[in-house]
Ligand binder design. Structure first.
Ligand code: SIN
Length: 319
């Protein structure tokens, strides 16, 4: 009965709980399988995957900050065919609910990857999360994610070939108007939006008088961004009809509960896993205990029930 308390629906998906692993922080789940049962999660969103393998950016790729992590990985991944043949079967075997974060240089690449995933037997992959928010590559990524029209076009084309797959769009906090981008994803047929990806940041090597990363900027994640992500989730949930998945600096069950209270139907845990590989399990258990201690029998009673005085809307919305 306690397990049912955390069940949520997300588009056509029914998840046993609202806690997922965020793309790029769990690879394809291999390392984590020794730590916990992947089927205990709401879902696992695997690393941004492209059509062909990609080598990613030269090192260094990670810099720890006072309260977060900067990365410049550059979408290193083994390509979609490798994923389908060598990684996916083990995830299915582990009973995981799998969502594939899809990245590409061109719209065609996103479409082709989705088409291949949609041709797999139903139940192997639950959905795709379109990465229009990677700040660390020349083409693709953020190139698609800042302009609402681009996001609308891409989403519509992917949805047209997605068949039974859910289509989520992962939004960038670096877009000038994230609400407008979220609305464009919704208009394009997305079944959910996830936000936020990393904030573009800069790390400096003082002795060398250079930026640490070869591509100058990196993406900031971790507790440093949590209040910013929470604010954006709040703004977007008020302005779109599709579910919002909250991501950004969640370390604890209380952090996750804040996102859910602001209206996120689910959350993703990312950077926290580098500190504690079992962070997601602790968050699930913590949410369960927290709700049960307060007599809240269904998580749906909690989601979006933030008490606010008046309407505090995003200033640019409807402008
Ligand atoms: C990366 O691979 O550079 C990070 C991916 C992302 O932020 O979307």
């Amino acid at each position: 009965e306690r397990r049912d308390a955390l069940e949520i629906s997300l588009g056509r998906m029914r998840l046993k709980n609202p806690v997922m692993l965020a793309s790029g922080t769990c690879g394809y789940g291999r390392e984590l399988r020794d730590w916990f049962d992947l089927s205990s999660l709401g879902a696992i969103v695997v690393k941004g995957t492209t059509l062909a393998p990609r080598a990613g950016n030269p090192p260094p790729r990670l810099v720890e900050t006072a309260a977060g992590l900067l990365n410049s990985v550059g979408l290193q991944n083994p390509g979609i065919q490798h994923f389908i043949e060598l990684e996916l079967p083990e995830l299915v075997e582990a009973g995981a609910t799998v969502v594939v974060n899809v990245a590409g240089d061109t719209e065609e690449e996103y479409v082709e990857i989705t088409r291949r995933l949609a041709s797999l037997p139903a139940g192997t992959v639950a959905g795709v999360e379109l990465n229009v928010s990677c700040p660390n590559v020349e083409k693709g990524g953020l190139q698609f994610g800042t302009q609402p029209q681009d996001v609308f076009d891409l989403t519509r084309r992917v949805v047209a070939v997605a068949a039974h797959l859910e289509v989520w769009v992962k939004l960038s906090p670096n877009a000038p108007d994230i609400v407008a981008v979220a609305r464009a994803a919704e208009a394009g047929g997305a079944s959910a939006v996830s936000l936020v990806n990393t904030f573009r940041g800069l790390a400096i090597d003082l002795d060398a008088r250079r930026p640490v990363f070869a591509r100058t900027f990196g993406g900031l994640s971790g507790p440093a961004i949590k209040p910013l992500a929470l604010r954006m989730v709040w703004e977007v949930t008020r302005r779109v009809g599709i579910p919002v998945i909250g991501v950004g600096g969640i370390l604890t069950a209380e952090d996750a509960l804040e996102f859910l209270l602001c209206g996120a139907r689910a959350v993703q845990i990312g950077t926290a896993q580098f500190r504690d590989p079992e962070a997601s399990v602790r968050v699930i258990e913590g949410i369960e205990a927290w709700l049960s201690a307060r007599g809240i029998r269904k998580i749906g009673e909690w989601i979006g029930s933030l008490r606010v005085k008046g309407e505090q809307l995003y200033p640019q919305a409807d402008a």
